[in-house]
Design a protein around this ligand. Structure first.
Ligand code: CA
Length: 237
């Protein structure tokens, strides 16, 4: 464990399943991952691994390829068939064909060739968890120093909470999801107010004004007018 890379503190530990029939390797891998703060379940056969993985949504499965009974590929294939998409880190021996591995490694998956270092395994696991979003899932919208949290219905500029009415919030949400794109008043009406009759463009102008006072007041403007085209929200340095 010399030189073990410490993992940044994450809010919720990841659940990891280790399927490996060599007890020494299983223990070293599991101990290292527990040391990183993960919750680890260990098993020594493909069939038991498959059963465990269909009962629990693991954030990651460390899956040996050469296993008695069901091999690692077969476990993975069956899991995908039954709609289980936990990312897999395959452990393979040097003489197992690389192209077979590649057929199974998709999306968030990866593989390590034995013998591997524990540090390497820890880094790969952290990378897979980052890629597959199991570290901190967030749909936070960010433009410059402006953030909008759709789940928490919170808007902040430079960390300071901005109080918006529901309509202002919807308008800003629309502008932020289209950040960098010029949107017309007609598009805004349709998407924020849900109607599009002529002569209502002044409502858009009015609310853009409200938003500007709350978002851009005394700060570098993020909401920009494009004459004859509409508005664009962007951080222009
Ligand atoms: Ca094995």
């Amino acid at each position: 464990m010399v030189g073990m890379v410490p993992l940044a503190q994450s809010a919720s530990p990841s659940r990891i399943l280790v399927v490996e029939d060599e007890p020494a390797i299983n223990d070293v891998v599991s101990t290292a991952l527990r040391y990183q703060g993960h919750v680890v379940t260990q098993t020594d056969s493909g069939l038991k691994g498959f059963d465990l993985a269909t009962g629990t949504d693991f954030d990651l499965i460390v899956l040996d390829v050469m296993l008695p009974g069901l091999d690692g590929f077969e476990v993975c294939r069956r899991l995908r068939e039954t709609g289980r998409f936990s990312p897999v880190l395959f452990l393979t021996a040097r003489d197992e064909a690389d192209d077979r591995i590649k057929g199974f490694v998709t999306g968030g998956d990866d593989y390590l060739t034995k013998p591997f270092s524990v540090d390497e395994l820890v880094l790969r696991v952290a990378a897979i968890l980052r890629r597959t979003g199991n570290e901190a899932p967030s749909d936070l919208l960010v433009v410059g120093e402006l953030t909008l949290d759709p789940a928490g219905q919170e808007v902040r500029r430079a960390g300071v909470l901005v109080d918006l009415s529901p309509t202002e919030f919807r308008l800003l949400h629309y502008l932020m999801t289209n950040a960098g794109v010029v949107v017309s008043k007609a598009q805004i009406l349709l998407n924020v107010w849900d109607y599009d009759y002529e002569g209502s463009e002044n409502v858009v102008e009015l609310y853009i004004g409200y938003l500007r006072r709350k978002i851009d007041h005394d700060r570098r403007p993020l909401i920009h007018t494009r004459r004859g085209a509409g508005y664009v929200l962007r951080d222009e340095l």
